[in-house]
Design a protein around this ligand. Structure first.
Ligand code: ATP
Ligand code: MG
Length: 425
């Protein structure tokens, strides 16, 4: 048989070749569509995984927060090496030292997140707000009494400046962290050297809370770091006593002084909290909370929460029971006895408080605050009383914490308003 003829005969016709190619093209298109569909499904799955990973990240952040607030967390066995067989297979977190993890303490729940929510210290907060707007934050020292919003304001400022980059660009160290000279040389320096992409004009922030508890050596080690990395990193220090920050650091920082918060401002905040938490109170009860907290917002909120959870109603009796302070009404009655020179009655009040277990320092500090705000004492008498209270306070702080010191004070207070004729027999 002729091979050539045979080959020619087996060639497909023009028509069948075209239909073959069309079929092939159709098959390819179907394949591509199928692949595309499965690729889209995979992308979808990846997105879901990514979202749940982010949610997991948030959970871990929350756990880290809880850890700081409440104590130790024993992580489940799949998160850390745990040799205890009793714990294996248990995927719940056990939190020691915490009774109610879901409900944070009221002070934390009501910690302001934005600068405009910070109460009081308008001038300092305004300066921080301007820094947040302009973006160029200098090195800062925030100083003042406890519980008035220093840490809160720094955190608000850092959040306002860095937004979503907060986690990456802020290093926060407080007195619970080791902040010796080694930490300054390693951890702080490494963070200052770290490269983080930030919007132009923004800097990384190192927050050193309770900086007055840092040793002078560690503070000395900060000096040069603050200068070398000033292009990329700024420092915010918070402390109660600014004189414990060494002079060279003070001179590198802008100092913002925070004062005690006014009673009216604390009262407004307390009423807001009472409304949110449906706390029942009478106005005298809130006045008692204000008196017991003496311008300290944290103390005020804590006292409110303790009284509410202890007694379910905010009135002066409940507040003073919880705060474990002498009742100002008793001190006030004692002062009025002194004014009338009724020594034995005045002494009875002091001895009564002493036998209730109040310390000399509790009694004398309450005495000072009552005299300061007493409406029925003349200014002259107040000045004399405060001078005497001051001298006795000095002796008590020196270690003479005795009833004799308090009795001597009462005798001297009586003497202030007595005239020479009272001593004639
Ligand atoms: N100015 C304020 N405005 C609103 N809430 C405040 C203010 N100051 C304090 N608080 C409340 O008190 C809590 C503690 O405040 P913060 O940690 O800022 O005090 P601090 O000044 O840093 O005290 P310390 O010197 O003891 O560290 C906050 O969680 C918040 O609930
Ligand atoms: Mg603080």
């Amino acid at each position: 048989m002729d091979r050539t003829t045979n080959t020619v005969l087996s060639l497909p016709s023009k028509h069948s070749a075209r239909s073959h190619f069309e079929k092939e093209r159709e098959r390819l298109v179907t394949d591509i569509i199928q692949n595309l569909n499965s690729a889209l499904k995979e992308i979808d799955q990846l997105n879901k995984n990514f979202e749940s990973a982010i949610a997991m990240g948030d959970q871990f952040d929350r756990i880290a927060e809880l850890w700081r607030e409440f104590g130790t967390i024993i992580a489940p066995p799949d998160l850390c090496q745990n040799d205890d067989p009793a714990n294996s297979g248990d995927d719940t977190f056990e939190i020691e030292g915490s009774v109610d993890v879901v409900d944070p303490p009221t002070v934390e729940k009501y910690r302001p997140v934005y600068l405009e929510d910070v109460v009081g210290n308008e001038e300092a907060v305004m300066r921080l707000t301007v820094m947040a707007k302009e973006g160029n934050m200098p090195n800062l020292i925030l100083t003042g009494a406890p519980g008035i919003g220093k840490t809160t304001s720094i955190l608000c400022l850092a959040r306002a400046l860095l937004g979503s980059a907060y986690k990456e660009a802020v290093l926060e160290l407080n007195a619970s962290d080791d902040r010796g000279i080694d930490v300054v040389r390693n951890k702080i320096k490494m963070f200052a050297q770290k490269k983080v992409t930030l919007p132009s004009g923004r800097h990384k922030i190192i927050i050193l809370d309770e900086a007055d508890s840092m040793t002078p050596g560690a503070q000395q080690a900060l000096r040069r770091i603050m200068e070398i990395y000033s292009n990329t990193t700024r420092f915010a220090l918070a402390c109660n006593i600014s004189s414990k920050i060494i002079e060279p650091i003070q001179s590198r920082c802008a100092i913002l002084r925070f004062g005690k918060i006014e009673d009216a401002q604390i009262l407004r905040r307390l009423i807001e909290i009472c409304r949110e938490e449906k706390v029942q109170y009478n106005p005298e009860g809130l006045q008692a909370v204000l008196f017991s907290s003496d311008g300290d917002m944290r103390q005020a909120i804590n006292n409110l929460q303790s009284t509410w959870s202890g007694f379910g109603y905010i009135n002066p009796e409940n507040v003073y029971k919880i705060c474990d302070q002498p009742h100002p009404a008793i001190i006030s009655a004692m002062l009025e006895c002194c004014q009338r020179a009724e020594v034995s009655k005045a002494l009875d009040c002091v001895v009564g408080l002493w036998h209730q277990g109040y310390s000399a320092i509790d009694i004398i500090t309450t005495m000072f605050r009552v005299v300061k705000g007493h409406e029925r004492l003349s200014n002259d008498t107040k000045l004399d009383y405060i001078r005497e209270i001051g001298f006795t306070h000095m002796k008590i702080v020196d270690g003479m914490q005795t009833l004799v010191q308090l009795s001597g004070l009462v005798a001297r207070l009586c003497k202030v308003t007595m005239s020479a004729s009272d001593f004639e027999f």
